[in-house]
Design a binder for this molecule. Structure first.
Ligand code: 8Y4
Length: 300
């Protein structure tokens, strides 16, 4: 983060994630681990298969562990486990299906690796079980708006990522309109922070995310990236999830497979604009790119 984006006079930034404290004095990488059968980007897709049964289930946990090992070796500070597809038109999963997919993976990872496990979920039941399984962070694209979700997080000591989304996954990209984009995104997130604080979640557990691609046009997404320092006004760490998204594809004119170079540029730009956590598919490449930024910012 460049000096003009550092809040003045504050302590080294951290994020409380259960028993751990994540050091955010330089940007950290969150690696994506999808445990949905239908992941479209192969962003960690594990392909559980319709007839996996109990034997197939162990196979998918094994694949998840191998992918996790690679991401941890490559320098990921957080592994983001997701069991619900947010792809437009994707079938909603029941709480039980989501539990069956994510809980064995969370347990397996926390038993073997010294890494913070994040869970991409909106379901109170999954939040509670994930905490028991050792997860350190809840990453909810719905910012805990489901009934009981705030209380489920408040009952734990887990960290929390509050993301802005306009609308719901199925329809959010149908011509989203904002009167004042930055004011709306920041205002929404600040309201969610105060609701969380009122429920007993300390500010030191919360990070914010503008929600790139969630109810935003291409211009909205790039304005949010350019104006990311405005979100820092809330005084909380910011997470940016841009990896391989259509805001990259639209400008480089490539399908998901060809979006790594564009995604690395976006990761560096987001970090340079103050993002503390970068959510990505390609951990090793992003860690290297961020080291170059870090060198520019810290070498004499
Ligand atoms: C290609 C690759 C095309 C990925 C689309 C996508 C975010 C998130 C997602 C985010 C936070 C995605 C769970 C969408 N995006 N969580 N989750 N922030 N906090 N799409 O931006 O990666 S899933």
């Amino acid at each position: 983060m460049s000096s003009q984006h550092l809040a003045s006079g504050c302590l080294a930034p951290t994020l409380q994630c259960g028993a751990r404290v994540l050091d955010l004095s330089s940007p950290r990488v969150m690696g994506i681990l999808n445990v949905t059968p239908d992941s479209f980007s192969d962003g960690g897709a594990l392909g559980t298969g319709a007839d996996a049964g109990s034997a197939g289930f162990f196979v998918s946990v094994d694949k998840a562990l191998r992918r996790t090992e690679r991401m941890v070796e490559d320098g990921a500070a957080i592994i983001d486990v997701g069991g619900e597809s947010t792809r437009p038109g994707a079938a909603g999963v029941t709480g039980q299906q989501e539990l069956d997919r994510v809980i064995p993976v969370i347990e397996a990872i926390t038993q073997r690796f010294d890494v913070i496990v994040s869970v991409d979920t909106s379901a109170p039941l999954v939040i509670r079980e994930a905490a028991l399984a050792g997860a350190g962070l809840i990453n909810d694209i719905r910012a805990l708006r489901r009934d009981g979700a705030i209380d489920a997080v408040a009952a734990t000591s887990m960290g929390l990522c509050l993301m802005h989304m306009k609308g719901e996954p199925g329809t959010m990209q149908q011509a989203p309109v904002y009167d004042d984009l930055l004011a709306e995104v920041l205002g929404f997130l600040q309201q969610r922070v105060s609701d969380c604080e009122r429920a007993g979640i300390a500010r030191g557990r919360i990070c914010l995310d503008p929600g790139f691609g969630f109810g935003k046009t291409l211009a909205h997404n790039y304005r949010l990236l350019r104006e990311l320092p405005t979100l820092l006004a809330a005084g909380l760490p910011v997470l940016a999830g841009i990896s391989r998204k259509s805001m990259i594809g639209a400008v480089v004119e490539r399908e998901v497979d060809g979006r790594l170079p564009g995604s690395l540029a976006a990761a560096v730009l987001a970090a340079e604009h103050g993002a503390s956590i970068i959510r990505v598919h390609d951990v090793a490449e992003t860690v290297d790119a961020l080291k170059v930024l870090q060198a520019m910012q810290s070498l004499p």
